[in-house]
Design a protein around this ligand. Structure first.
Ligand code: HEC
Ligand code: HEC
Ligand code: HEC
Ligand code: HEC
Ligand code: HEC
Length: 454
């Protein structure tokens, strides 16, 4: 069985692909370390870094917001644990640090992710993932990817305030990098050991209208409000939200309560709905027994980066196009789901490649043999259809019209998003999480089509 056939069989069986890629066919040094972010020997002691519990005593609002964020979930996230586990087993137990270097820079630099590590045995601050001190102990930025920042365990806590009220708890130092996208870029651009770019949110931002006029990641992802930066401090006009709303809501049960989950779903839905518009244009000339040509145009309204961005290879953003006739009969559909809730594309277990017209907007990997793969460490190429900042793209559909279709036809296009496909969760053995995956309809448009007068 070749690797693709094996993978599809395993996907159907609901197991991750266990075959080691035999050092992959890719020319990479699997033992390579990076002195800053994946050091061969520990360069710091996690015990020198405080947990968020320490900070919560005086910064309760920041702590409450952060605790429901994806940053707080960066290590506990079951999808993260499962996927990084597949990487390690694919490499015969090696490559333990790569996936963790941003999700817990403190843990990797502190030596907690050597061969054979388990997620249960981590120290509390490492389990907190991208915790308070993972950012507020960043003293210097060295490169704009792969955890390219220096952590300072002993100096003052850095932040945006130039007039911080002195406290016995810690020294404070104003640092301009906290208001800059570069801080985020140090983790939000991901490059594989093969040099393949995986995530490019920061690189995209540099080329975007927002990047050109200096609107930062923080401006959109850390909206401001008035309040106290610390219970002992003064009222301040501008505090920054630490919920870091994006597109994900934690999937597991034990992370946030149901009320908070509801708030996160509402906030991610709002952000997604602000991000794109759809329009639908029926070309003239449709007739029974002929063809209806439809143009669906998607505009990326995000000034700051592509749509989608980040882990575009896991995201699902697609067009669902439905055409019904005057009797309500569906004469055409693309972008609908199979009985397991999957798109009918290459990864469907029930109807692979069953939706020939399917438009997905995102990215995908192919291995050295040119076969699609889900895993970046097996990939030789990464191709993207994500829509750059401020750009629009038109997709033309050629819809066959049945001879007996009753006019008028109604065409409806919906732009739909979900963070992950159910097939991926099943492939990782996380079937129980599938019902947690919601779909957000970002925008929709309809058009009525009548036959041209003869
Ligand atoms: C350079 C830093 C960095 C490295 C290395 C890294 N990640 Fe991430 N990871 C991120 C960032 C930033 C995000 C948020 C991006 C987003 O939400 O689209 C993220 C999001 C995720 C998510 C949640 C979103 C999703 O796609 O489901 C998972 C799971 C994940 N990473 C797994 C991994 C795995 C597995 C590896 C190793 C192959 C890895 N990460 C390596 C920075 C990194
Ligand atoms: C005993 C109370 C106390 C504790 C504990 C505490 N802080 Fe503070 N922190 C303060 C006060 C007071 C300020 C000043 C607030 C102001 O002036 O508005 C402050 C300011 C800050 C600032 C702003 C610094 C700047 O110059 O921009 C950051 C960042 C910060 N704290 C992070 C943390 C983190 C992270 C922790 C946990 C490791 C923590 N603090 C623990 C009381 C505390
Ligand atoms: C002009 C506002 C704006 C700016 C600037 C901006 N973003 Fe976003 N971001 C959004 C919106 C809207 C979304 C939701 C739509 C999407 O996924 O693209 C989003 C989504 C995201 C996501 C989740 C995407 C996914 O699909 O996984 C990440 C991660 C992210 N942004 C990081 C960043 C980083 C890092 C920067 C700075 C380099 C940044 N953003 C700058 C508005 C912005
Ligand atoms: C992902 C990085 C990151 C994490 C994690 C993080 N912060 Fe921040 N924090 C920032 C940034 C960036 C700013 C400043 C934003 C700006 O000025 O545009 C900030 C600002 C602050 C401030 C100054 C007041 C304000 O709201 O501007 C305090 C206090 C603070 N953070 C405390 C905390 C505490 C406590 C935690 C953990 C519970 C935490 N931060 C986690 C990045 C982070
Ligand atoms: C130390 C590394 C690190 C830094 C610095 C960092 N992030 Fe992140 N960020 C991550 C990781 C890792 C994730 C994904 C966690 C997960 O879902 O498993 C993430 C997730 C996010 C998300 C949620 C995306 C989603 O899928 O919903 C947003 C939004 C975000 N970061 C914005 C920012 C912004 C804005 C900054 C700069 C102020 C920043 N981050 C700085 C590592 C970092």
């Amino acid at each position: 069985m070749n690797r693709t056939a094996l993978l599809s069989a395993l996907l159907l069986a609901g197991c991750p692909e266990p075959t080691p890629p035999s050092d992959t066919d890719l020319p990479v040094d699997l033992e390579a370390h990076d002195p800053l972010s994946r050091p061969a020997e520990p360069t710091l002691d996690p015990a020198d870094f405080e947990t968020s519990t320490t900070c919560a005593a005086c910064h309760p609002d920041h702590a409450a917001e952060w605790s429901s964020s994806q940053h707080a979930d960066a290590i506990r996230d079951p999808v993260f644990q499962a996927l990084s586990g597949v990487r390690v087993s694919n490499h015969d137990g090696r490559q333990t640090q790569f996936c963790i270097q941003c999700h817990s820079a403190i843990g990797v630099r502190g030596g907690e992710f050597g061969p054979g590590f388990t997620f249960d045995a981590l120290s509390p601050v490492v389990r907190e993932g991208v915790t308070c001190v993972a950012c507020h102990r960043i003293s210097e930025l060295v490169r704009e990817n792969n955890a390219g920042h220096v952590l300072d365990p002993t100096g003052p806590l850095r932040g945006p305030l130039s007039d911080s009220t002195p406290t016995d708890a810690h020294g404070s130092e104003a640092s301009p990098i906290f208001a800059q996208s570069e801080l985020c870029g140090s983790c939000h651009d991901v490059v594989e050991v093969s040099d393949l770019p995986l995530e490019r949110a920061y690189a995209e931002w540099l080329e975007s209208p927002a990047g050109a006029d200096g609107r930062t990641c923080q401006d959109c992802h850390m909206p401001v409000r008035a309040g106290k930066a610390a219970v002992q401090g003064p009222d301040r006009p501008m505090l920054h939200s630490h919920r870091f709303i994006g597109v994900d809501v934690p999937l597991q049960d034990d992370f946030v309560d149901e009320a908070t989950r509801g708030e996160l779903i509402a906030a991610t839905t709002d952000l997604l709905r602000s991000a794109a518009t759809v329009s639908l244009d029926a070309r003239p000339g449709a007739e029974p027994g002929g063809e209806l040509d439809l143009d669906v145009t998607v505009v990326n309204q995000v000034d700051g980066h592509s749509l989608p961005t980040g882990s575009t290879f896991n995201r699902q953003l697609w067009i669902e196009l439905t055409v019904t006739d005057a009797n309500g009969d569906v004469v055409y559909v693309s972008g609908d789901l199979d009985a397991q809730g999957d798109l009918r594309n290459r990864w469907s277990g029930l109807d692979p490649y069953g939706d020939a017209d399917l438009v997905t907007i995102g990215s995908g990997f192919v291995d050295p043999a040119g076969e699609p793969t889900l895993f970046p460490w097996l990939a030789a190429d990464h191709s993207s259809t994500a829509i750059p900042a401020g750009v629009q793209r038109t997709f033309r559909y050629f819809v066959p019209v049945p001879a007996n279709a009753a006019a008028p036809l109604q065409a409806t296009a919906r732009l739909r998003f979900r963070p992950l496909g159910p097939f991926l969760l099943r492939a990782l053995g996380l079937d129980a999480l599938v019902p947690r995956l919601g779909i957000v309809d970002m925008d929709a448009a309809s058009a009525d089509v009548t036959w041209e007068p003869l």
